[in-house]
Design a protein around this ligand. Structure first.
Ligand code: NAD
Length: 417
């Protein structure tokens, strides 16, 4: 019999179902929240450097806008599927609700391997995406941002293409832009920073000192590499292992952020870092560390390996890294999971600050951004932590209870169900 293929959207729906039952949600509200309100599938012809034209396929899913315009990143990934985008859009809906910002959830993506495209091809693909999807985007409608393999430069091309379509600049139609084009101070490291604020509060809740705590980080892009930097700065975490798509490195004496990031910048990967031994991405997750930070892709902690995870804290910067079966195993083992849509909500929170600054055309100091982010993340963390204690459920379910409760209230008040 062939193994069942992991479907992230089915996982997102089953997580919601569990929360809906505990919340005793009205069946119509529950059914409404199980599905995206709208989705757009697009076909994108792009002129390649060799003169040929290649056809790419992309998506934009607007999952739920009952609390405000939909918001969510864009992925450029060869493994992108509509169900991945749907799941990520659902999680964005719960994420904006759990940190209580006035936005809904959306997500987008293009099936492509951006590493194989030249800068010119990448620019033409980014502009082609906006020419098709731009008609449903806008500050008041739906606002994309960077996600896996998309960057501030890509956001800049997209904002520029949209400006030509509209006939004027509307910088707030996309976030994660470079500072010179209406970006926000503090957006670059916001996802990891928000996660570190959560980790700080979790260490207070459990009364565990994080100074020198051994840490493993899977994924070394925006989320993972800034977690390394800020984890060292904030608490003196001892990061013993990090990885990227090519594999991982391990050194029990610790890996220095500046040296590892310089090595990755030079060679394109963390592997072959001097003085460290190679570990696979699977081995990294099972290392005997205090803090584990998944910061790459979905479904990495599952029924197959959850029992072997040794970390006390699992701070999920990636979206969807842990399956429902693994959640139960980790909870029974006493691991403290800071669930994805809480832990990685710093990115969308500062993206929201970016939209506010764009709307007012008035920009804040970086220290202001950090302070406001800290306030939002800390409040959200304790709401979820208290919910978990009160209802005696694991943290992800508690986060669902907080977030789904808020979205359901908006849906009811609007008279949708
Ligand atoms: P990124 O493109 O900056 O980096 C992705 C990293 O993951 C790279 O280091 C890549 O080498 C690595 N990677 C890819 N495939 C891998 C694999 N199979 N095993 C191990 N590593 C692998 O992306 P990012 O923005 O850092 O996003 C990482 C995760 O964080 C994603 O789940 C994303 O949805 C989530 N996230 C990002 C943001 C944000 O603001 N960037 C916000 C919230 C959540």
């Amino acid at each position: 019999m062939s193994e069942k293929v992991f479907n992230p959207f089915e996982m997102a729906q089953s997580q919601l179902d569990e929360a809906a039952e505990l919340l005793q949600l009205d069946p119509a509200v529950h059914e409404l929240l199980r599905w995206p309100l709208r989705e757009l599938h697009v076909t994108l012809p792009v002129k390649m450097d060799d003169g040929t034209t290649r056809i790419f396929h992309g998506f934009r899913v607007q999952y739920n806008d009952s609390r405000g315009p939909t918001k969510g990143g864009l992925r450029f990934h060869s493994g992108e599927t509509i169900d991945t985008v749907r799941a990520l859009a659902a999680w964005m809906t719960w994420k904006t609700a759990v940190v209580d910002i006035p936005l809904g959830g959306g997500k987008g993506g293009v099936i492509c391997d951006p590493k194989s495209l030249s800068p010119g091809e990448l620019e033409r693909l980014s502009r082609a995406y906006i020419r098709q999807v731009g008609r449903i985007l806008g500050l008041e409608k739906d606002v994309p941002a960077p996600d896996v393999y998309t960057t501030p430069q890509i956001m800049a091309w997209m904002a520029d293409e949209f400006a030509f379509m509209q006939g004027y600049n509307e910088f707030g139609m996309i976030t994660g832009k470079p500072l010179a084009l209406g970006g926000s101070a503090g957006r670059g490291d916001a996802t990891a920073r928000g996660g570190m604020y959560c980790l700080r509060e979790a260490s207070k809740a459990l009364n565990i000192d994080l100074a020198g705590a051994t840490t493993a980080i899977q994924g070394y892009g925006n989320a993972g590499s800034f977690a390394h930097k800020l984890g060292e700065e904030f608490f003196g975490l001892k990061v013993v292992a990090v990885s990227d798509s090519r594999g991982g490195i391990y050194n029990p004496n610790g890996l220095d952020f500046k040296q590892v990031s310089a090595h990755k910048a030079k060679t394109g990967s963390v592997i072959n870092f001097p003085g460290a031994q190679f570990v696979t991405n699977e081995e990294l997750l099972e290392l005997d560390v205090t803090v584990l930070i998944p910061a790459a892709l979905e479904n990495v902690i599952n029924e197959g390996n959850a029992a072997r995870i040794k970390a006390k804290f699992v701070a999920e910067l990636a979206n969807g890294p842990t399956t429902p079966e693994a959640d139960r195993i980790l909870h029974d083992k006493g691991a403290y999971v800071i669930p994805d849509f809480l832990c990685n909500a710093g990115g969308v929170t500062v993206s929201y600050f970016e939209m506010v600054q764009n709307a007012y055309d008035y920009y804040w100091e970086e220290a202001d951004v950090h302070q406001r982010l800290d306030k939002k993340m800390t409040a959200a963390f304790w709401n979820v932590h208290k919910m978990a204690q009160e209802r005696n459920v694991h943290n992800r379910l508690a986060a669902y209870l907080v977030a789904v409760g808020r979205v359901a209230e908006a849906v009811r008040l609007r008279g949708w169900a």
